[in-house]
Design a protein around this ligand. Structure first.
Ligand SMILES: Cc1ncc(COP(=O)(O)O)c(C=O)c1O
Length: 366
């Protein structure tokens, strides 16, 4: 998309004038495998529970919601404590409309100076940096998309950012950073007085220990999570962070009053009550990811090891392959990474559609 031509009378900030709105194409397709959504819709039991709760909440929509979203934050803390054997409370949790809003709040509170991230990674980090007038410094990942910890620590010490971003499992590569490396990066961040933001949007698909286990000892670590992926709740827009309580206090300074609607808070609580059912899809998606990766390898393609619900694979002409797949009704993501495409793991039928369309494309029949 080219940047919009803004009229001269519009006093839009200069640094925003060349930007284009973020957005993966929302094209109707047979297999929609481009935004790392969970392909499994809520069960009828969950739909019914949401509808019932929503109709109760609707009776009080003349009132503002709980500004602090205390019940939801308490339940999120319990969920993490169960999974990660942590000892967090609602004071360690902040929730917002998707983890993108959480990240934006972090930039509002701690940005305005410099933030550093290891690329390729989640493209919204630098975009939010720009919209909050924060200088974004790119530190490179290695060719296999790992982070060389000693290089990373050196760069952190020399750049002295206010925030360091590490995404693990990383989007778009799927690769994971070992917890020992996260600790080393956290130490370097601490030395220069920076926060380490660990974006764990895909954590539930990974076996690696969560950085949430480090929060007690390292108060400058912030872990960002979402209900959009493993919980299959992207449409509800619920993300959260886990951190020392003073960081949560800082979030309350920058949040808009009543930012999380009563409906969102209520249905997120229903989803958390149904977590056993919702998280069941994670195991299924991990098995499918392994099967799809094997098939890609059998086609002679290089596939990055993934700890998420998507795969990054190498192809010679990504743009052509992407278009050919779309022409066959399969929408995947050209992440702008030279020589690679990313595919979200879908349901069984979608994965088969993708594999068959890709075989046709690479065999020159499409
Ligand atoms: C690494 C990462 N962080 C954060 C997000 C934002 O997710 P949401 O705003 O839906 O919680 C995404 C979405 O794809 C992501 O890939």
């Amino acid at each position: 998309m080219t940047s919009p031509q803004w009229p001269t009378w519009l006093p839009l900030r200069k640094d925003l004038q060349t930007l284009t709105p973020y957005g993966a194409p929302q094209v109707r397709s047979i297999a929609q495998l481009n935004t790392n959504e969970n392909p499994y819709p809520p069960s009828q039991a969950l739909v019914d529970a949401i509808a019932e709760r929503a109709s109760e909440v609707a009776k009080n929509l003349n009132r503002y919601p709980d500004r602090e979203a205390i019940n939801l934050r308490e339940l999120l803390a319990q969920f993490i404590n169960q999974r990660e054997a942590t000892n967090l409370t609602a004071d360690n949790v902040w929730a917002a409309n998707g983890s993108n809003e959480v990240i934006q709040s972090l930039f509002l509170a701690f940005g305005g100076r410099t933030a550093l991230g290891f690329v390729p990674s989640y493209s919204m980090h630098p975009i939010i940096a720009q919209s909050t007038s924060t200088e974004w410094v790119q530190a490179d990942r290695e060719n296999d998309f790992t982070i060389d910890v000693s290089k990373a620590c050196k760069q952190i010490r020399s750049t002295k950012p206010a925030m360091v971003f590490v995404t693990t499992p990383n989007n778009p590569t799927g690769t994971c950073i070992p917890i020992a490396d996260i600790k080393a990066i956290a130490d370097a961040a601490k030395e220069i007085g920076a926060l380490l933001i660990v974006d764990e949007a895909y954590a539930e698909f990974s076996d690696e220990t969560s950085a949430a286990t480090l929060i007690n000892e390292h108060p400058h670590i912030v872990v960002v999570r979402t209900m959009s992926k493993a919980f299959a709740f992207a449409g509800a827009r619920v993300g959260y962070l886990l951190a020392n309580s003073v960081i949560v206090d800082a979030m309350k300074i920058v949040r808009l009053p009543y930012h999380l609607s009563a409906m969102t808070q209520a249905i997120a609580i229903v989803a958390l009550d149904h977590r056993a059912e919702l998280l069941h899809s994670v195991d299924e998606l991990i098995s499918s990811r392994k099967r799809v990766a094997q098939e890609l390898v059998q086609m002679g393609l290089t596939v990055m090891p993934s700890s998420a619900n998507f795969l990054l694979f190498a192809v010679e002409s990504p743009t052509k392959v992407w278009q050919s797949l779309l022409d066959q009704g399969v929408l995947i993501r050209d992440v702008g990474l030279s020589g690679y495409l990313r595919v979200t793991i879908g349901n069984e039928a979608e994965n088969l559609e993708f594999l068959s369309a890709l075989k046709k494309t690479l065999g020159g029949q499409a």
